[in-house]
Design a protein around this ligand. Structure first.
Ligand SMILES: O=c1ccn([C@H]2C[C@H](O)[C@@H](COP(=O)(O)OP(=O)(O)OP(=O)(O)O)O2)c(=O)[nH]1
Length: 149
């Protein structure tokens, strides 16, 4: 399936690349940091990083903001709320909530690729309130009730 998603570069970000797939079949569009100046995340610190663009996607789509595995492996930089949820009706700037789980300060530079954005379909769901739920073998078992291995 193919979808058309509108993208709007926000003023002052003409030098920032729009989200881009780095290979033909990549799932994610890489996102570039639109920080005004270098931004240091100390170990354990979190920060909201602007991307310089906003979206309008059709109903039934969402975008997920996910970490880049290379940054996570090399520096412990990940998204605190992964996957971040971008709602189809959100028109504000897309931002990335990063956290430094590494042991060294990490500097985010303008134009650096900091995360990726994956589009997903969202089924239309209506909740129906009932007094009794249908039975299953699992029932209410969860949270490891089948054992560890
Ligand atoms: O990583 C993220 C997560 C969210 N958003 C934007 C788009 C999303 O549509 C909106 C609201 O996100 P969410 O529903 O996760 O936040 P909330 O804490 O429930 O806030 P709200 O009350 O504004 O919905 O914030 C981002 O830009 N980046």
């Amino acid at each position: 399936m193919s979808y058309l998603v509108q993208i709007n570069r926000l003023p002052g970000n003409e030098d920032i690349e729009l989200p881009r797939k780095m290979s033909e079949l990549a799932s994610g569009f890489d996102l570039y940091a639109a920080v005004a100046e270098d931004f240091v995340l100390q170990p354990g610190e979190r920060g909201l990083v602007p991307t310089g663009f906003a979206l309008a996607m059709p109903a039934g789509l969402e975008a997920q903001i996910r970490p880049r595995s290379g940054l996570a492996l090399k520096a412990g930089i990940t998204c605190l709320n992964t996957p971040g949820t971008i709602d189809a009706d959100y028109r504000g700037e897309i931002k990335v909530l990063l956290i430094n789980l590494g042991q060294e300060p990490f500097t985010i530079k303008r134009s650096e690729r900091i995360a990726q954005m994956v589009f997903q379909t969202v089924p239309a769901v209506e909740l129906q309130q009932v007094d009794v739920l249908s039975e299953t073998v699992r029932g209410s078992g969860g949270f490891g009730h089948t054992g560890r291995n």
